[in-house]
Design a binder for this molecule. Structure first.
Ligand SMILES: Nc1ncnc2c1ncn2[C@@H]1O[C@H](COP(=O)(O)OP(=O)(O)O)[C@@H](O)[C@H]1O
Ligand SMILES: [Mg+2]
Length: 250
């Protein structure tokens, strides 16, 4: 069974059609990219998948269940987590405490004022595991707001991972980063995909990242699907070159 089936979703904001009749199927463990120029509807498409607002029309099925009407938090419990185009962390808290919040939410401890010593030990162990995986162990006690952009992004990604998703949605994970940070985040995404067997859909503007990482790519333009295929197919697609890659390379 497919992990995610997006069926003919559209989203209108007044007279603006931000997303027009887009479908996408994601298999377990697959790594997909969504690309397209600014304003193409990429973030809106993610907002529909993650439930930040309902589609004007269409249907979203996750793990065989119709989740079209479910609130974002309910989708998280079913195994879907995301990050944002502008990094969402608690900048005034250390890395360790940012992760603690996500780990405790995932464990259901946030509603439990009487945390046992055992449960706290499990939380601490999970935080350490996530910091190691995210390359953050030596920054555990640093305030996230004082870290480099790449480390803030790694913190956000590991917070999403703390929710134990089967599908991770990443909105422009390398936005605003230099070459080294872009490389580091790309390596982290690859690692999560390979070692955690996560299905990942990422929105990305950096073509090197997309062609390096993705199994399949969907190109959006003005809210519409322009093309879909392997990196090789997309690279050779004339409509895509004309609409997007040509401009990006210039
Ligand atoms: N909440 C909203 N209300 C009104 N218009 C929106 C909203 N979100 C996005 N849009 C509009 O939808 C279009 C697509 O935006 P977006 O999905 O952010 O594009 P992308 O992520 O591809 O740059 C844009 O014209 C944008 O202004
Ligand atoms: Mg966007």
């Amino acid at each position: 069974m497919s992990l995610l089936r997006v069926e003919n979703v559209s989203k209108h904001f007044g007279s603006l059609v931000a997303v027009n009749n887009i479908s996408m199927v994601v298999e377990p463990g697959e790594l997909r990219a969504v690309i397209g120029p600014n304003g193409a509807g990429k973030t809106t498409f993610f907002n529909l998948i993650s439930g930040f607002f309902p589609p004007t029309s269409g249907r979203i099925v996750f793990n065989g269940e119709d989740i079209t009407a479910l609130k974002p938090a309910r989708r998280v419990w079913r195994g879907m987590a995301r990050t944002f185009q502008i990094t969402e962390v608690f900048p005034e808290l250390p890395v360790r405490e940012n992760l603690r919040i996500a780990v405790e939410v995932a464990a259901g401890n946030r509603l439990n004022p009487w945390l046992s010593r055992d449960a706290d030990g499990e939380v601490r162990a999970r935080i350490v595991e996530l910091m190691d995986m995210g390359g953050l162990a030596d920054k555990a006690d640093r305030l996230v707001g004082e870290l480099a952009h790449g480390d803030q992004r790694a913190t956000e990604i590991m917070m999403a991972l703390a929710l134990n998703p089967r599908l991770l949605l990443l909105d422009e994970p390398t936005a605003g980063m230099g070459d080294q940070e872009t490389y580091d985040i790309t390596q982290l995404i690859r690692k999560l995909h390979r070692e955690e067997k996560l299905a990942i859909v990422l929105i990305e503007h950096d073509m090197r990242v997309v062609f390096h990482l993705a199994d399949r790519i969907m190109v959006l333009a003005e809210g519409e699907p322009l093309a879909e295929g392997t990196p090789r197919e997309i690279g050779a697609n004339e409509a895509v070159q004309a609409a997007y890659l040509g401009k990006a390379a210039a």
